[in-house]
Design a protein around this ligand. Structure first.
Ligand SMILES: [Zn+2]
Length: 130
């Protein structure tokens, strides 16, 4: 499930769209398996926000350390700031949906779907059928 989620796929079924309608817009459910994005839980987004925060801080600290280590004693502070700030924005945008799928994979591992949730997903999928 983690491997699937790292590819921005649904951790449950592996569908490549998961519940995303666009890179930023999320639907309520995976159109392939019916997995509900929020799983009827308040604060479901907090897990993905935490993953995004940790990834971005770790990446920024590592990149800053490498850049400073390579340029000591003449550290180009302004250049480093501009380059790292730009890269940080790009990393945040590119990893945003992946943090959601990874968090869902972790959530599914910790709280596997129960029979009621599986039945609800199947009923939702059946309601889509013509
Ligand atoms: Zn799915």
């Amino acid at each position: 499930m983690i491997f699937r989620s790292l590819l921005r796929r649904c951790p449950r079924c592996g569908d490549r769209h998961a519940w995303f309608q666009t890179w930023f817009k999320q639907g309520d459910r995976c159109l392939a398996c019916g997995l509900q994005r929020t799983r009827n839980t308040e604060g479901q987004e907090l897990g993905s926000m935490t993953i995004a925060l940790v990834v971005n801080i770790c990446w920024l600290v590592a990149a800053s350390g490498i850049a400073i280590g390579l340029t000591v004693p003449d550290v180009p502070v302004l250049t480093l700031f501009v380059v790292l700030a730009t890269a940080e924005v790009l990393v945040a945008v590119l990893t945003w949906p992946i943090t959601h799928t990874v968090w869902m994979a972790i959530d599914l591992r910790v709280r596997p779907m129960g029979f009621a949730e599986i039945d609800e997903a199947a009923a939702w999928l059946n309601s889509l059928a013509p």
